[in-house]
Write a protein of this length. Structure first.
Length: 143
């Protein structure tokens, strides 16, 4: 932006060196064009300064957001997407649609867990809290 202002100033100096009369048609046009160029250069400078301030503000917001994400989500220590495949899964077949459903042992061991909707057809599967009903257990896997 500074380079643009310097170029406009250089052109204004050249016009003054030519000793153009401001009363002639050509002198009026050149003077007005140089004034317009100066105004444009000033506007570009103001826009550039505003853009730099906005970039600094956005960088500060980005840093603050990153800090909040670390504090709120605690992403550095948690690996929630990982599943422990060593845990035993219970395999159940829906009597309505035949879809095979897998449950984690811990999910069915809860005291209040006695029915689960089939994710495929929505049919409610009922479970005994101590043992799975033998009708729902595939391949004779009794609990």
């Amino acid at each position: 932006m500074r380079d643009l202002s310097q170029k406009v100033s250089y052109l204004q100096g050249l016009a003054e060196g030519m000793e153009l009369e401001s009363t002639s048609k050509e002198g009026k046009v050149i003077t007005k064009m140089l004034d317009l160029l100066e105004d444009i250069a000033d506007e570009f400078k103001a826009v550039h300064m505003y853009q730099e301030e906005t970039e600094e503000y956005l960088e500060a917001m980005d840093e603050d957001l990153a800090d909040l994400e670390v504090e709120f989500y605690d992403d550095e220590d948690d690996d929630d997407d990982e599943y422990d495949f060593d845990e035993e899964l219970i395999e159940v077949q829906c009597p309505n649609c035949g879809e095979t459903i897998y449950f984690d042992d811990e999910y069915l061991d809860e005291d209040d867990m006695d029915e689960v909707p089939c994710p495929n057809c929505g049919e409610t599967l009922y479970f005994d809290n101590d043992d799975l009903l033998e009708d729902y257990v595939e391949d004779g896997d009794d609990e």
